[in-house]
Structures are given as C-alpha cells and as structure tokens.
Design a protein around this ligand. Structure first.
Ligand SMILES: NC(=O)C1=CN([C@@H]2O[C@H](COP(=O)(O)OP(=O)(O)OC[C@H]3O[C@@H](n4cnc5c(N)ncnc54)[C@H](O)[C@@H]3O)[C@@H](O)[C@H]2O)C=CC1
Ligand SMILES: O=C(O)CCC(=O)C(=O)O
Length: 409
C-alpha cells in the first residue's frame, strides 16, 4: 500500500445525480478542480469501472453504493450523500474499507415538512380529483368530502427531525398531533406520543410516515396496518418507498377506505428523468404522486451542496470525521508546521501498540495523537515533525491490520 498524500489537482471527485452547483463551487474554492459532474446516477457495472480512479464520490438517493462497488474503489477516501437518507450506501462495506460516509442531516428537513403540509391541505379538500376533473372540463363545485385542517388529528410515524418539524407546522394550523416512535421522544408543543402504531393509526385522520429505511421499517405499512385506519382517512409517505406495501395502498384507494394519499417515494424509482415512472397508483386521481422531490427545493439543495462539500474537503484537508454516519468521529484541530498521519486499521488487539512501537523504535516524537474506535475499525491520527513523515508512513503501512494510511501537510 502506498501513502496517498496527493496534490489537490490530482484528487478526483465524481459528483452524480446533478448535485447543486454550490457543491462544485465550494470544492473549487477549497482548491479541488478535478471534478467530474453527471446529472444522472450510474448502474452498478458502470460505477464499478468508474470508481477505480475516484477519491471522493458524491451521490443523492438513487445511486446504490454496494459492497461490490466498494471492493473496486481502491482509491476512494470518502462518500458524500447530498441528502439525509444513507440507506443507498452499504455503510458496513464502506466502514471495513476505511471509507467514511457523510450526509446532510438537516438541510432539507423543512422542505419535506412544508410539502407534507401542502399535501394535507390539498387532500382534505379533495383538490387532486377536482383538479384532474377540471383539466378534463368537469366542474365539481361541491363541499361534500372537503374539510379544514383545523381540529384534525395528524399521526406522525417517526418523530425525528422531519416528523417533529411537521408537528410544529401542523399545530400552528390547529391540528392535533399524535406521534409514534420506537424511542421515547420529547413531544413538541401539545403533541402526544402514543404507545403503538395501531393506536396511532386508529386514532388519526391523517398518517404521515417519516422513518428511515431499515429492516424494521420494510413493509411496515401493509394491508393489516391500513385496515386499522379510519374510513375516509389519508396516508402520506415522503420517507422511503420500501415502507409501504404499494399494492395494499392501491387496494385501499380502490375500495374507498382511504380518501386519498400522497406518495413521494417508491419501491422502484426511475434512474433518470428520461425513464418512465411505473406504478399501480397512477390510476388514482386522489393519490398525489411526486417524483421523490420532498427535499428538492432550491434552498435545500444549495445548502446541502455547501454542507456536504465542506465535510468532504474537511476530511480531505484535515482528517476530521465529525458527523460521519458510519465512522469513528474525530474532530481535529489544524496542524501547522507538522505532518499529519492518518491510520485506519482493523480493531483487533495489539494494533495500537504496534503503531506506537513504530514511533518509539524510530525515535520519532508524536506531537499529538487522536484515537477513536468502533467495533470494526480504529482511526488514529498523529501529528509529527515533517522530516520524519516519509519513514513513518513507510513503517505504518506495514503494520498488520492496516486498512488505509495517508499523510497530510
Ligand atoms: N422524500 C424526500 O425527499 C426525503 C426523504 N427523507 C427520508 O425521511 C427519513 C426521516 O428523516 P429525518 O426525520 O431527518 O430522520 P431522523 O433520523 O431525524 O428521524 C427518524 C425517526 O424515525 C424513528 N424510527 C426509526 N425506526 C422506526 C420504527 N421502526 N418505527 C417508528 N419510528 C422509527 C427514529 O427513532 C427517529 O425518531 C430519512 O431517513 C429519509 O429516508 C429525508 C429527506 C428528504
Ligand atoms: O433529494 C434527493 O436526492 C434525496 C432526498 C432524500 O430522500 C433524502 O434526503 O434522504
């Protein structure tokens, strides 16, 4: 293994899925010019080829970074998810290859919450059907089946950043908010946490899903759970497509048990805007279908671009892994006049003592040392005098259990 300290112009970034231009600008400002920018995601086979020479990759929710991709990514230093969800990345495969993954945990929170508020109002008034009919020349001036939001019960499944933001906005319009989460939450305002998903679904007029994609949330809402919902209620999903059984939802729209739905995410989504969107929900006018744009506002995308680009350049320039979603977190100060060695290793007994042995045997003083571990890997950072870094790197890369090693100056 060779030390990987590189001239910035040689550090290659691959940005996929049309991440906001703010990311490109921020990378340029930080001195990184070797950037390939694509509007689409790439299928696995193409990615496996392309990623061989890439040091940093930026993706959104479409690109699947699998273990096979990480196996091919011998130069990859870090992944930036220009979004909240990181379920599209095999985080364990990244970890054991020594690759930290970063995301933007809050930058599009408000955008999703605002979209859901809009969907609630439109669905309670039957606007999607009335709009579709008006486009076909049908005039439906009726109040039947149209309701105000005031006093309605909103059930939030997953009361994290988005769910709680939605809760605040909904209360300000006079809605009563109930929440279900697997952990005990501080309910904001007058929101009430209930003890089970069933209780929430039986109580509320509108259910909105804001859970991450996990093994536990896969098909969390199927025919049985929908059968718990009140007749004439509304289901909204802007979380992940795997959370709802789409056929069960289609059946509930067909039978009229649900008055409407709004779905932004799907089990299978087109890879680009040129591909047709296929779904059994297309036939229901009372189901608002949006192309996974919950977080797609100019404000959110610009902020995400800046935030994630900054995390990638900080890791590249300084080694800090703070806020990484899969990696031991180390917050590092600057290292003026010293060389910084970054060593990522398997977390097995004895590696750290061997690392320290390298320095004591060579008579090299470690000016500062930072260490963080998790159950799989250790990340140790050492600042040393410049003149010793070449020999230290040479010896460090030979320590058994070494995954990656690089030097910064
Ligand atoms: N449609 C879109 O464009 C966007 C979609 N998202 C999706 O929204 C999800 C939620 O985002 P945040 O609120 O920022 O995440 P968060 O991590 O702040 O909140 C998630 C909440 O879900 C809860 N939770 C996890 N498993 C659960 C389960 N089985 N049952 C009940 N609650 C459970 C957690 O305890 C947590 O409180 C993201 O993971 C992402 O998949 C996020 C941004 C944009
Ligand atoms: O905007 C995107 O590409 C993905 C948004 C999303 O789902 C997320 O932030 O998790």
């Amino acid at each position: 293994m060779k030390p990987t300290s590189l001239d910035k112009s040689k550090i290659r970034f691959l940005l996929l899925e049309g991440v906001h231009q703010s990311a490109v600008n921020a990378l340029h400002q930080a001195g990184y010019t070797n950037i390939e920018y694509l509007k689409t995601s790439l299928p696995e086979d193409e990615l496996v080829e392309k990623i061989r020479d890439v040091h940093f990759i930026g993706i959104r929710s479409r690109t699947q970074l699998t273990a096979r991709v990480f196996d091919a990514a011998s130069r990859l230093q870090a992944v930036g998810c220009f979004c909240i969800g990181t379920n599209q990345v095999d985080l364990t495969a990244a970890l054991i290859k020594g690759v930290p993954v970063f995301n933007a945990p809050y930058s599009n929170t408000r955008s999703v919450a605002e979209l859901v508020i809009g969907q609630i109002i439109l669905l309670l008034r039957g606007i999607p059907e009335k709009n579709a009919q008006a486009h076909r020349g049908v005039w439906q001036k009726v109040a039947t089946g149209s309701f105000e939001t005031r006093g309605k019960k909103l059930g939030v499944v997953g009361y994290g950043n988005i769910g709680s933001q939605l809760s605040v906005l909904a209360e300000s319009m006079g809605m009563k908010v109930y929440l279900y989460d697997i952990i005990t939450k501080l309910p904001l305002g007058n929101a009430v946490q209930v003890g089970s998903l069933k209780e929430l679904m039986q109580t509320c007029d509108i259910i909105s899903l804001h859970v991450p994609e996990t093994a536990q949330t896969a098909n969390m809402i199927g025919a049985e759970q929908i059968s718990w919902m009140k007749n004439g209620s509304i289901l909204i999903n802007a979380s992940r497509g795997t959370v709802i059984d789409i056929d069960a939802l289609a059946a509930a729209l067909e039978s009229g048990q649900l008055a409407g739905a709004a779905i932004d995410v799907f089990p299978v989504e087109p890879r680009s805007n040129d591909e047709e969107f296929i779904s059994p929900l297309r036939q229901y006018d009372n189901c608002i279908l949006t192309p996974h744009i919950g977080g797609s506002t100019m404000e959110a995308q610009e902020n995400i671009g800046l935030e994630v680009a900054e995390k990638l350049t900080r890791y590249s320039d300084n080694g800090s892994t703070q806020t990484s979603v899969n990696f031991p977190e180390v917050a590092l100060p600057s290292h003026p006049d010293m060389h910084r060695l970054l060593h990522i290793h398997e977390n097995v007994p004895g590696v750290l003592s061997q690392i320290n042995q390298v320095f004591s045997a060579a008579g090299i003083n470690i000016r500062s040392q930072y260490l963080q571990t998790n159950d799989k890997i250790g990340y140790v950072v050492m600042d040393i005098d410049k003149e010793h870094s070449e020999i230290a790197m040479d010896k460090l890369t030979g320590v058994p259990g070494t995954i990656r090693c690089r030097v910064l100056w």
